[in-house]
Design a protein around this ligand. Structure first.
Ligand SMILES: [Zn+2]
Ligand SMILES: [Zn+2]
Length: 256
């Protein structure tokens, strides 16, 4: 049995004290690979350093919509340089967060389009963050033809119509620990309908901790609880979910 945590943030301060133990625990729980996402300039070197020092860890770099307002003249040249590393397997996470609005919406929209352009130039798959901006996200992905090198809608929170539109563009859908929460029926219904061949699982650690550890810090080894829930919702075995989501992640991130 093998699993992949397709999205985490190991460079977060929450892991500063015990990162090596966290990585060991993941290894012992059958997590073959972990993808860690550096979301702003101050993280990128650390993200790459973690990936460079662990054969089982790969990096994703970009500017999160929260940090869109901090993009300056140096940002894209720096990313262009760092993304040359063969440890970088995708560009992201980029997108729109109209829930927290930590950057003004017009800035988020502009930087989202620009970063899709950069990802295309780098020929990298894109990792998308969308919170309360489903319609705008789909419109921009379509108009920028963002699915050319594939990608992932991470922590998917849209409806089934959105999922279908994203799958048609060539994206995969990644399921987070929130699928394990009580009263997530709407989410379960969408997971039931999306073909297993289009699904990935992720932790988004240290956030979105699945049941039974909800309330504690999340970590990559907990991705199994999300995979177990997907298996339960779809009425298939955990092994099947582990096998197919692993294949999917390897394909999207072009590890094979
Ligand atoms: Zn995100
Ligand atoms: Zn994230």
């Amino acid at each position: 049995m093998m699993l992949i945590d397709s999205h985490s943030h190991l460079e977060s301060p929450q892991f500063r004290r015990d990162l090596e133990e966290v990585i060991q625990r993941a290894k012992h729980s059958g997590i073959e690979y972990i993808f860690t996402v550096g979301t702003e300039k101050k993280d990128w070197e650390k993200t790459l350093e973690i990936a460079n020092s662990h054969p089982s860890i790969y990096a994703i770099l970009g500017v999160h919509p929260h940090n869109a307002k901090a993009i300056d003249d140096q940002t894209y040249p720096t990313l262009r340089e760092l993304c040359r590393s063969e440890k970088v397997k995708a560009y992201g996470e980029i997108g729109l967060d109209f829930y927290r609005n930590l950057s003004p919406r017009d800035v988020q929209l502009k930087r989202f389009r620009e970063q899709i352009g950069l990802a295309m130039e780098l020929k990298l798959p894109i990792v998308i963050h969308d919170r309360d901006a489903h319609q705008e996200t789909v419109e921009i992905l379509k108009s920028e033809k963002a699915g050319e090198y594939g990608g992932i809608i991470h922590c998917f929170s849209g409806d089934y119509e959105m999922a279908k539109a994203c799958l048609e563009m060539g994206f995969h859908i990644s399921i987070s620990g929130s699928v394990t929460y009580k009263n997530a029926e709407r989410y379960w219904e969408i997971v039931r309908k999306i073909p297993l061949e289009s699904l990935l699982v992720e932790t988004d650690a240290p956030f979105l901790t699945p049941v039974p550890f909800r309330g504690k810090r999340n970590e990559p080894s907990f991705v199994r609880y999300t995979a177990q829930k997907v298996a339960e919702i779809k009425g298939i075995s955990f092994e099947k979910v582990a096998e197919v989501t692993t294949e999917n992640a390897l394909k999207v991130y072009r590890l094979k």
